[in-house]
Ligand binder design. Sequence first.
Ligand code: NAD
Length: 463
Amino acid sequence: MNISVIGTGYVGLVTGTCFAEMGNDVICVDIDEQKIGKLRRGELPIFEPGLEVFFERNRREKRLHFTTELAAAVKETDIIFLALPTPPDEDGSADLSYVLGVASEIGKLLKNDPARSYKIVVNKSTVPVGTADKVCAMIDASGLQAGVDFDVVSNPEFLREGVAVEDFMKPERVVVGTSSERAAEMMTLLYEPFVRQGNPIMVMDERSSEMTKYAANAFLATKITFMNEIANLCERVGANVDQIRRGIGSDSRIGKHFLYAGIGFGGSCFPKDVQALAQTSEDHGYQFRILRSVLEVNDSQRGLLVEKVKDYFGGSLEGRRIALWGLAFKPNTDDVREAPSHVIIRALLEEGADVAAFDPEAVETTRALLGNDLSYAEDIYDAVTNADALVIATEWNEFRRPDFAKVKSLLKQPLIFDGRNLYETDRMAELGFEYISIGRPRLSLSHDSRVAGNGADGHEKRM
Ligand code: NAD
């Protein structure tokens, strides 16, 4: 099939590359000339595991092309995907200007195409309920007829950054929102190779499809937030959130995923999608109270670790050097949009601390936003050298088993604030660290010898 993807960001680039990998001819379009220039030279603008191999193969085999020319891409393709930004507007609702602007341009291009053939315009961006109708109206406005000249389809994307290629190639489900049988058939044909193991392609109406994406993200954000609140309570009652996670995760009605307590959710999707759904709800006269609480709790959760650091140092961080491991909003990506690490860094700097940060992939993306207000370390050990404490903000695998003896010798004092609960509390006490994490008992250094070996110290000092 001939496909164009308008917007070559995280979603557009993965979408285009994976469709090409299945043998389709794909043209990716973006207005960012620098990005398109890079892609044409064979350079990937993002870090995403597994993307490079597909990208190189499909460029080499001439199934994957990049351009800034919307007109040529629209003309030559039957299915046009929109993978455009939908950032939050001032009131938190999704800004549809990118999507509707491109829809209007597509309408004009289709209208002026002498060899006018049927096209499908597929919306992959996360958009509020009713957007398919708006996109349709934009294209209709050019004098084209929906159902004859074109159809608009909602096809939300569920990929997770860090495993985006895997998610796209083997989706747990594909949601297609359309009332057109012709469009549903073409979409099914396009996606069948991706669900050969039997995962469903669910065809539904446009509005339900659009709502499905928001409901999925809002539910996951709520699940994380619920666990963060359980963690906060654990700290007050002397329970261990890790045990609670295991205890409830084994219940199949709850499930094991998204139960890890930490420093709140971030990234380019959850915060904006929860806000947008809450706003849609209010626009329709309904107060979605859980969502407002989720946003509020998440905000305070992101400030929690800095509060702990401040408390430890008696309320002032002036002149303290803090090492920070992890800048990306999650592991295996260089994406730092809405990263909790950035909230922490800004707060630490505001409190007068110096920050030395390390991340395996997200240094350049951080530098683009925070500049040189902090220093960037060469590796995890460089970061902790002469630091008063280590703060962990992202759960990269390489942080899981560092040389603790080295870390200890390089830090001014053996003190770790872990926002991702990477280590066992009793082991850290055994190793001689003051280890402060989220929702778990804090074992005091003075109890090292008693804790060693049994892991269940009766003299725990609670956080
Ligand atoms: P992104 O910012 O990485 O990419 C968007 C791209 O669109 C940019 O490269 C930008 O230059 C380009 N663009 C802007 N205006 C354009 C125009 N007029 N013509 C052509 N290109 C244009 O965004 P993203 O993370 O890929 O997200 C895109 C959409 O997908 C959003 O609605 C997002 O909510 C949704 N989504 C994102 C993820 C994710 O993990 N990133 C997952 C699922 C859904």
